[in-house]
Design a protein around this ligand. Structure first.
Ligand SMILES: *[C@@H]1O[C@H](CO)[C@@H](O)[C@H](O)[C@H]1NC(C)=O
Ligand SMILES: *[C@@H]1O[C@H](CO)[C@@H](O)[C@H](O)[C@H]1NC(C)=O
Ligand SMILES: *[C@@H]1O[C@H](CO)[C@@H](O)[C@H](O)[C@H]1NC(C)=O
Ligand SMILES: *[C@@H]1O[C@H](CO)[C@@H](O)[C@H](O)[C@H]1NC(C)=O
Ligand SMILES: *[C@@H]1O[C@H](CO)[C@@H](O)[C@H](O)[C@H]1NC(C)=O
Ligand SMILES: *[C@@H]1O[C@H](CO)[C@@H](O)[C@H](O)[C@H]1NC(C)=O
Ligand SMILES: *[C@@H]1O[C@H](CO)[C@@H](O)[C@H](O)[C@H]1NC(C)=O
Ligand SMILES: *[C@@H]1O[C@H](CO)[C@@H](O)[C@H](O)[C@H]1NC(C)=O
Ligand SMILES: *[C@@H]1O[C@H](CO)[C@@H](O)[C@H](O)[C@H]1NC(C)=O
Ligand SMILES: *[C@@H]1O[C@H](CO)[C@@H](O)[C@H](O)[C@H]1NC(C)=O
Ligand SMILES: *[C@@H]1O[C@H](CO)[C@@H](O)[C@H](O)[C@H]1NC(C)=O
Length: 870
């Protein structure tokens, strides 16, 4: 590695005259010499490349500067001899100013070289915003390493963070950003991590700036099966990719003219997706009777057919969509066609792997608000670096956040600045935290009045201002129901009625609200129900004045389910126009109740349904009896001649199966998954022990777990449930019901039905939620797959790759073990649903109270598998 770092091409020292031109060429370049001492000139021109490097001082608040061991300095160019290291804080971040939407090459070097005299090579993680980019393992790569990728920033600032993962201290030597052309290199499916960039010459050295306008590094690479051809003429290199002319002036051809030209490497991570870019130019003078034509092959398949390279022109051949390698080996080949008299040729070659950054950054207004609060109070907390909310294990002290989908920006729900030595007024920026529920500013030296804006923040549930020096009185707007306000220990604050401020706006709302009038509400409801279909503008006006609007629960919770006529069902569903799916009985349609107040899902019993009328009736009877927040509730039914239908509450977020598939681009994060599992478990526990007589669901599966608008889970389709007797023998079912893969093997073989069959199915559901693997893959059942992987002990191999690394591995192990115990082949060894509920509770609590324990596995460092690294 020392070789390849020392290899930064020795260019002829450029003349001072062209410095100006050069500076222009480097427009947008950021070249940071990390840890450059303050008494040294910055920026300075690096002599071999002409790149202007500057100190990183102004772009990072933390860290200390160091210099590699003196006797090793000679092996490195100047920017690589100094470094910045981070003994304090778990995450330290650079904040770089970039152009949003523009493709950038981002590269960082990490060279230890015993700067601290300890001779302990560190291991740590590199993040981009809230997402992990790479693990830097200098224990393995003792001579130093680099990380490089092509990335399109989603905002005008880019956070590059070094994250401690063990005892060792992260460090960084240089950080380099190069803006690229937009229309080259395909980043549609994700950013591109550097894997190979080579040109084919027997005697070259590494090329970079100024030979390469984008400062990519090109390594010379030549195999013994190849013969070199070269040209002294100029190759036209400007096709957007613009590989260096020098790189194109030589090419490799197979020495055996009828053999293919082959580049192969071992693929260590089977899911890696690759893009290749082959740069090809005809640099040989062809005779009239000579032709060169070949196919470009990837893993044995034609990727580009019958290419005839243009004389001194440039073709950049690439795959349009990402491709994986099968069988642990990737192979790139050029094979001459039958018509060709000459072997294929290759001038330069690049390979990238796709790297996904699924976690969104915290919502921008929230971030700006936090920065304002930080500045207002002059806070400087080592932990307040990088993204405030994510990843969860690096969340800023004093914050809590909501982070439901990886693809939706998280928002702050709690701010705790208790005992932080705050002075001055309550910061106005707090009002920009629009989802804030808890605010703790207690035990500071805050002065001034309680601001009115706090009262307008409808999300707030709890404010602790105790132990400050606040004066004035409490605004009326803060005296609302559902908001807990603590103000003791503020001697200057007036609490008596006499100094209560009058409300600012005189509207009806406070009157209704202050009467806190269940009676009025009920009265209005009754009137509404009586006048259901008759339009009453008077009432509509009244309803708008109420501080709430009637919700589904208000209209239906305590009302008997309704029987509808078939023609009403037709109207509701607009003649069954909108199909939601196919359920256990028949088709399911979307609809709206006739007064338009509620969306519903109408399930029609098809005439040919195998289950038929008896089950339909059973489901109606059951559903009428069963009410639980985690069970889909029945709104009504239709029973008219041949027309049988069930009308359920409509859950807008579809089913869990759909969500796990990630088709909608929304990936449910780990803590929400645990919550969903818990809610489904609660629904099931209720069926087993909460209702009389108890019942077995019999068809627990991810497709039967529906999600409401807040992603609350509700179990559906327990019409298949049959009451069973407690205490006595488990019932014999006449026919096996359920879904293959989820079916309790004991029930299947012995036809013995008990609640433990549901526990088994729940175990499978939990495994699916953890791994996102198919329940049955060819012949392998998910329990076998997980069992096999668990033996290998690497949780990262088991977890749903969509989660990235953003989960707590303790809770993941725990959930996994719980799932496997549920899926025990022997029903007597499975836990009860109540036990499952307890365990899931503890998993969730484990996360929220946890310390950062980062179990990180090594991400393959690509430089170690380069075919060139020899
Ligand atoms: C910078 O200061 C260090 C000591 O703090 C000294 O060893 C070094 O020579 C100085 N460099 C320059 C360029 O003055
Ligand atoms: C990063 O820098 C930009 C300006 O370059 C600034 O607007 C932004 O607030 C900074 N972000 C952080 C987290 O310091
Ligand atoms: C191309 O880059 C410019 C900035 O140079 C950016 O504004 C624009 O959105 C990019 N276009 C595309 C299609 O990415
Ligand atoms: C590190 O460099 C030394 C000296 O150049 C070399 O012998 C050794 O193989 C290198 N180690 C690695 C892991 O590249
Ligand atoms: C040249 O390559 C062809 C096709 O791969 C092969 O059949 C032949 O044996 C090779 N010749 C030599 C001398 O290696
Ligand atoms: C092409 O023609 C030259 C003479 O002009 C001859 O020596 C050579 O063998 C021919 N090559 C092929 C492939 O026919
Ligand atoms: C060349 O021709 C042979 C026989 O005609 C055929 O089997 C083979 O597929 C052809 N190869 C290519 C690359 O077209
Ligand atoms: C080979 O060349 C002939 C004539 O030049 C052409 O007709 C034929 O299509 C070519 N075959 C292939 C496979 O390119
Ligand atoms: C805020 O943090 C302090 C400790 O720093 C803790 O005692 C207090 O309970 C927290 N407040 C809330 C509302 O959680
Ligand atoms: C509010 O803050 C005070 C002072 O720090 C503390 O004693 C009290 O327990 C807090 N109340 C709650 C409910 O957190
Ligand atoms: C408030 O300020 C005074 C003096 O400035 C100081 O003695 C006291 O400790 C501070 N109180 C808190 C809670 O920070």
């Amino acid at each position: 590695m020392e070789g390849s770092l020392g290899l930064l091409l020795v260019l002829i020292e450029t003349l001072a005259i062209i410095h100006l031109v050069q500076a222009q060429d480097q427009r947008g370049f950021i070249s940071l010499d990390c840890g450059l001492p303050a008494n040294e000139t910055s920026p300075y021109k690096e002599t071999t490349t002409g790149l202007w490097f500057s100190s990183d001082e102004s772009l990072i608040q933390s860290g200390k500067t160091g210099r590699i061991q003196a006797n090793r300095e000679s092996g490195f160019k100047k920017p690589y001899t100094t470094l910045r290291y981070f003994p304090d804080g778990n995450r330290n971040c650079y904040n770089l100013s970039v152009e949003k939407g523009k493709k950038h090459l981002i590269r960082a070097y990490f060279i230890y070289e015993n700067y601290d005299g300890q001779n302990i090579n560190p291991v740590f993680d590199l993040y981009i915003g809230p997402n992990i980019w790479a693990t830097i393992d200098l224990e393995k790569l003792v001579n130093g390493t680099q990380s490089e990728m092509l990335h399109v920033p989603t905002s005008n600032s880019l956070q590059i963070c070094l994250v401690k993962t063990g005892r060792t201290t992260p460090l960084i030597s240089t950080l380099e950003l190069r803006p690229m052309g937009n229309d080259t290199y395909n980043t549609k499916s994700g950013s591109l991590s550097y894997f190979i960039r080579s040109y084919h010459s027997k005697s070259g050295s590494t090329l970079r700036y100024m030979t390469d306008v984008y400062d990519r590094l090109w390594l010379p690479f030549f195999m013994k099966e190849w013969t070199q051809i070269s040209t002294g003429l100029k190759v036209r290199n400007s096709n957007g990719y613009d590989p260096p002319e020098v790189a194109l002036a030589t090419a490799a051809v197979p020495t055996n003219a009828s053999a293919p030209l082959t580049i192969e490497w071992t693929n260590l991570r089977p899911d890696d997706q690759y893009y290749y870019y082959a740069h090809i130019s005809e640099i040989q003078d062809l005779q009239e009777n000579e032709t060169r034509e070949f196919n470009v092959m990837w893993n044995g398949e034609v990727s580009y057919a019958s290419l005839t390279p243009q004389r001194l022109g440039l073709h950049t051949i690439s795959n349009n969509s990402p491709i994986t390698c099968k069988g642990g080996k990737c192979s790139f080949q050029l094979i001459r066609t039958n018509n060709s008299t000459l072997p294929p040729l290759l001038n330069a070659f690049e390979v990238y792997t796709v790297i996904h950054f699924p976690q969104s950054e915290t919502e921008e207004t929230n971030v700006v608000a936090m920065r304002n609060i930080e500045t207002t109070y002059g806070l400087s907390r080592i932990n307040w670096q990088g993204d405030p909310c994510v990843p969860q294990q690096l969340r800023w002290d004093g914050l809590n956040c909501i982070n439901t989908f990886l693809s939706v920006p998280p928002k702050i729900t709690a701010l705790n600045l208790s005992s932080s030595g705050l002075t001055g007024n309550i910061a106005a920026a707090i009002q920009d935290l629009t989802l804030l529920e808890k605010l703790d500013l207690s035990n500071n030296n805050l002065t001034g009045e309680v601001p009115e804006f706090l009262g307008n923040m409808k999300s707030l549930l709890f404010i602790n201002l105790s132990g400050n020096d606040i004066n004035g009185s409490i605004p009326q707007s803060l005296q609302r129901k559902g908001l807990e306000l603590l103000v003791e220990g503020n001697p200057k604050l007036c609490l008596s009625d006499s100094c209560r401020k009058p409300p600012k706006k005189k509207v009806l709302i406070p009157i209704f609200a202050s009467v806190a009038s269940a009676t009025i509400v009920i009265a209005v409801m009754v009137i509404l129900l009586l006048l259901k279909s008759k339009k009453s503008t008077y009432l509509q006006g009244l309803v708008q004045l109420l501080p709430w609007t009637p919700t589904v629960d208000d209209t239906f919770a305590n009302k008997k389910s309704r029987r509808f006529t078939y023609s009403e069902v037709l109207k509701m569903t607009n003649n069954f126009q909108n199909v939601l799916g196919r359920g256990g009985f028949g088709m399911v349609y979307h609809g709206t109740t006739l007064n338009g107040s509620q969306e519903v899902a109408v399930k029609l019993l098809s005439q040919s349904s195998t289950q038929g009328y008896k089950e339909f009736k059973a489901e109606v009877d059951l559903l009428l009896r069963v009410h639980h927040t985690n069970l889909v509730s029945l709104v009504g039914y239709c029973y008219e001649g041949d027309h049988l239908g069930l009308i359920y509450e409509y859950l807008p977020n579809g089913d869990l199966k759909q969500h796990l598939s990630g088709k909608d681009g929304c990936i449910i994060n780990w803590s929400i998954r645990l919550r969903i599992a818990l809610e489904a478990a609660l629904g099931l526990e209720y069926l087993h022990i909460g209702c009389t007589p108890p019942m077995v669901h019999r068809d627990v599966k991810t497709a039967n777990i529906l999600l409401d608008e807040n992603l609350k889970a509700k179990l559906a389709d327990f019409g298949l449930s049959r009451s069973f007797q407690v205490g006595g023998e488990s019932q014999d079912a006449t026919a096996v019901v359920g879904t293959f893969g989820y079916l309790d093997p004991e029930y299947y073989h012995e036809r013995r039905l008990c609640e433990k069959s549901d526990v088994y199915s729940f175990g499978i559901v939990l495994l699916e939620m953890i791994t996102n693997q198919p329940v049955i893959n060819q012949t392998l059942h998910i329990t076998q797959w997980v069992g096999f992987k668990m033996n290998q002990g690497d949780i990262t191999e088991i977890m749903d790759p969509n989660l990235g690394k953003d989960y707590d591995s303790n809770s993941a192990w725990r959930a996994l073990e719980l799932a496997m115990s549920c899926a025990n082949p022997s029903s007597s060894k499975r836990p009860s649903m109540s036990k499952v509920v307890n365990e899931l509770h503890e998993c969730i609590e484990g996360i929220s109270s946890k310390n950062p324990s980062l179990e990180m596995t090594t991400i393959l460092d690509t430089s170690s598998v380069l075919p060139l690294a020899r």
